[in-house]
Design a protein around this ligand. Structure first.
Ligand code: UTP
Length: 445
């Protein structure tokens, strides 16, 4: 213990983290041991390098950015659409497709008590986001006569709670042995002066370090090896908080597989420059996403002759990754982005501080930083109203209520297409179970 303490002391002095030393002096022996272990596992040189590059993302993005080419699902004719969809079904049927949901985020803007996937957005069925996703998978699996393996990325903060939620709901009818829960990495949180932050339980404050940890975490957990054993060749990746997600959409899988680029991604038309979604573009001639927080103003507002936004391919985090690409890049080090957040902490005297304004840097890797590693990718433009109902905020835009309304609106459209008279639908909130229809099919009277 003494030896370890001396090592930690030396490191903390070297990296100007003396406040942690002062804090350590007042801890119980058990707390000390735990905190020293954490300190010894921190890569301080890496933290310094990340903070040093903190402002570079925005500057980098002002150079060599050009629009990227995409295909439009609605511009394919019926034969093309059928052929792609058939190919997707064949891949699902032959066990080539796996699904990954990234559910390790903290959902700090939403402030829901529990993992985001457990949220009930207020649909008539009161189903949680996880249940909607499970039932969409069940629908496809029944039709394909093949279960699609489902890999669920959690964080140390919400892992047990997520598993408990699935298990208490009997996995929503999905087979438990087709659900693989794996935990992502975390990184220390730093204050605006680069100091480590402490928690009331005498630990270093750590936070899940972004969905870009997905591939390395898949590998570390054995999930990647599990996919290989099953013969998976495509991974369908999505965010837990999209209430409209068409999990393992066969049509998208067919398009991706027939183009056979290492990555495919669904995009939607971005019409409002202020909308909080990133844009897909070319950066130095390779595919890239610029996050909405990092887009320089001149690119954000740039318009074509017809008045439309030049950078309008909006990223909605629905991707397909080819297995060999993920295997190849599982250990590739992505850059960290820093997000300034408000976070409670304990000072060196042990007082709990609750700041009113952002005071901390959260360090995150983003999944789309893998895009530049693919020489080419397939982009498929889809209709926003059929694909995207994000749940980010407590109220207002991108909230549970806005997502609920988008789901009900789409279901109303399905019913109208199926021949139900509009008058019968007026002011009625009717939800279609994913067990009945995946994307509007099978509702004809
Ligand atoms: P967001 O960036 O919207 O973050 O995540 P969030 O955690 O849900 O919400 P805020 O920013 O704290 O309010 C987009 C997707 O990436 C996942 C989230 O669970 C969500 O599905 N994610 C995010 C992770 O899996 N791990 C992370 O470390 C961060």
């Amino acid at each position: 213990m003494d030896n370890e303490f001396l090592k930690a002391e030396k490191i903390l002095n070297k990296y100007k983290q003396e406040h942690v030393l002062r804090f350590l002096e007042r801890r119980t022996p058990e707390e000390k041991t735990q905190l020293i272990d954490q300190i010894l596992s921190v890569d301080f040189e890496q933290l310094i390098a990340i903070l040093h590059k903190k402002d570079q993302h925005i500057e980098d993005n002002s150079a060599n950015i050009t629009p990227i080419r995409y295909e439009d699902w609605d511009k394919y004719d019926n034969n093309e659409q059928d052929a792609y969809t058939q190919l997707g079904w064949e891949l699902i049927r032959s066990g080539r497709v796996a699904v990954i949901v990234v559910a390790g985020g903290q959902g700090s803007r939403l402030g829901h008590d529990g993992p985001k996937g457990t949220l009930d957005i207020g649909l008539p069925s009161r189903k949680s986001l996880f249940q909607l996703q499970a039932e969409r998978l069940l629908n496809l699996s029944r039709r394909a006569n093949k279960y699609i393996p489902w890999y669920i990325m959690t964080s140390p903060e919400n892992h047990q709670e997520t598993i408990a939620f699935f298990s208490s709901a009997n996995y929503f009818g999905y087979p438990a042995d087709e659900c693989f829960f794996f935990q992502q990495n975390t990184m220390p949180v730093l204050d605006h002066d680069g100091k480590l932050m402490l928690t009331p339980s005498s630990e270093l404050r750590l936070a899940p370090s972004g969905n870009g940890e997905c591939f390395s975490s898949l590998k570390r957990s054995g999930a990647l090896a599990d996919m290989k054993k099953r013969g998976v060749s495509w991974m369908f990746y999505y965010n837990v908080d999209n209430a409209l997600i068409k999990v393992a959409d066969p049509s998208f899988i067919g398009v991706a597989a027939s183009h056979n680029n290492p990555i495919a991604s669904k995009v939607i038309e971005k019409t409002n420059p202020d909308e909080k979604i990133g844009i897909v573009c070319l950066k130095n001639n390779v595919p890239a996403v610029i996050e909405y927080t990092e887009i320089p103003n001149h690119l954000l507002l740039e318009k074509d002759h017809d008045g439309s936004l030049t950078y309008h391919a909006g990223n909605i985090s629905i991707h397909l990754f080819r297995y060999d690409f993920v295997e190849h890049h599982a250990d590739t080090e992505l850059p960290y982005h820093t997000a300034s957040k408000r976070m409670d902490y304990v000072d060196s005297e042990g007082n709990l501080i609750r700041p009113n304004a952002p005071n901390a840097y959260k360090l995150e890797r983003f999944i789309f930083d893998f895009f530049p590693l693919a020489p080419r990718m397939t982009l498929l433009k889809m209709k926003r109203e059929e694909e995207f109902a994000p749940v980010k905020n407590k109220e207002g835009e991108d909230s549970p209520l806005s997502a609920r309304n988008l789901v009900l609106k789409l279901h109303e459209k399905w019913m109208i297409n199926a021949g139900i008279p509009v008058e019968q639908l007026l002011s009625r909130a009717i939800e279609i179970s994913p067990l009945v229809s995946f994307s509007g099919e099978g509702l004809d009277l």
